[in-house]
Design a protein around this ligand. Sequence first.
Ligand code: MN
Length: 753
Amino acid sequence: MIKEQPKSAITTTTNGTPAVVVDEAADRHLITQSYRNLLHSFKTPLDDKDLKMLRAAYELAVEAHKEQRRKTGEPYILHPIEVARICVEEIGLGPTAAACALLHDVVEDTEVTLKEIHAKFGDKIALIVDGLTKLDGLHNSESPQAENLSKVLRTMLMDVRVVLIKLADRLHNMRTIKSMSDKSQKKIAAETSYIYAPVAHRLGLQKIKTELEDICFKIQNPDEYKDIARKLEEKLRTRSEYIDKFINRLREIFKDVGFRYRVIGRPKSIHAIWKKIHTKFVPFEDIYDLFAVRVIYDAPREWEKRRAWEIYSYITDHFQPVPERLRDWITTPKSNGYESLQTTVLGLDNKFVEVQIRSERMNDIAERGVAAHWKYKGGSKKEDADVYEKWLQRVRETIENSSGNAIELLADIRSELFTEEVHVFTPKGEMKTLPEGATALDFAFSIHSDLGCMCRAVKINNRLVPIFQKLHEGDQLEVITDRNQKPTEDWLQNVVTSKAKNRIRAALKEEKRVQADFGKEILERKMNSLKVSLEENCDMLVRWYGFLNRIEFLSALYLGQVDLKKISKKFKAEGNLLVEREVAKPKVQEPVKMVVRKNKPENKPEIIINNEPGSYYQYSFATCCNPVQGDDIFAFVLAQGGAKIHRTTCPNANNLYAQYGHRILTATWGNISKSDFLGHLVVTGIDIGPGVIQQLTNRIYDLGINIRSFEIKGNGGYFEGHLGLIVVNTDQLQRAILELRRFDWVSNVSRAD
Ligand code: MN
């Protein structure tokens, strides 16, 4: 991904750094050094066969990439070597995966073919390298990114290592992303947070997921990142001292236990802290669990659980636990394999501390996920313990049932990636695990697709509820069916599992096919009355009425959405054919074109798209993020023509960049205009009574800013207000934020997304 192919040995980097003069001896030294490093990263000694295979892969890759350099200026081969090292050291993969990592860019970027790899290294390695090679010839595809990702996912089903190597590749590219242009950084970051970080999460690679999210966050929200990093830095000293004291206290408490353990305190990631600030509207100062304390203990497999509770009881003998923060993921592991007993206690000086209790095995799995999981496989007594096998099975079903549309598939896979989940029960007491946000209808489909299709209503805990009801932890459900029930379009918006979505789509398609059959009979009668042939005129009519295909046209006909009287008015029969009465040409649907307008519409701020001043795309502002003059923005070209202007921090930006990167254009604000913009603020604070609204609005009016909307909700002594302000630019909005923050009863003011 980060690469270029210079013609000569001397190369210039594109970001203005001085030309790199190649010193071959120094390069060679660097390369052999990092290869040696890779060999050292294996924990168990390699046998001769493995060493030979690695050596062969290394030599082939060095030779193939010898003319290439990375944007950083260093020899390209250092990238695959580093990816291999990450695979071994940070993910825990073996020599075969390391060889594949060394070869991962060879087929895509050099003369070497897959055939040669196959001849030299055999089936397994060739399969994995093929999975890692991007598809080409995707120029007419709606989303090449999505096509490539779905290829990786398909190959993953044959060998999970494909996706793990891909993650290592992405991780190294993210670690060295500084040398890329701003736009590429944003695009890569969006793709990474849209799919790679969730995949890492799903496969239990907690450390890698956290690092990816932090780098993405730094690229996507640089100001907020710096802000939190600075505050964290300030607090770190006092906070680490506190944690050290707390850990020492735990050591005293544990002094008589008869097993080995270690206690560590880790600061939480910047992205995790930001998420908390953002979703819960708590100011940084109020987040106490900036650190998590981890107690990691030794125990034979069959004693792990009781030992965790033993430790829990030691701790809670001395510190007051917060009951609603207790999580037992040992009895019911998360579906990405995560096991841990977790609680929050009121620590020293009455400050909250999150404590995670887990065995060495659980800790290994929590950090390295699927790769560590294999290591311990077989030790488990439960045969259904293989959470990854189960998940892969679900992905397999999703792919097999998909319509072949890569973007839809990617969205479906994503819904399988999120591991926040609810546990619910069948009437017989059997537990079902569903993703968070799943509805009663998802539950019905999870049991059987027929049950889903005929689902009329659902009883939750013996009370009748609508089928779109969201599920809660511990719900007991009973599905009520009706033979005449049929899935409808709106069902699709009210399920989250890919199984349900696929079944509903299939049912709707089937339904449409049946309607089209009826529609065809209607058209047949009409054609007979005009004494012309249906077969020879149907496609012309499809186009004339402006439909995409026969099925759409004929089903619309059945549903009464097509006015057949027009046919006799506009056409006459000539032999078997219908011919238009006027000479006018038949209406053919124009292929989709980008509309470019040269005229600047009145009263609209000027936006320069794609660095082309003076040429104006027909554009409008996205209502999902309401850009205000001065915001960082980008343009998204719409399929029907024109462009929408979004803020770079728009909640939909990731999605757009990741799936339709080719439709994103740069956008900047042109001449300063006097236009009005709508900016949204969220204000939270302590509810001081009836004066809140008046004081807030007065201060806004004092700034000469008009208020378009104001909504306020109070809850337990706190309030949350949503303000819509009419402003000319971000400076004005910023001033409003600063002014409102000056009330000491206001705890936070921020832009709403
Ligand atoms: Mn690569």
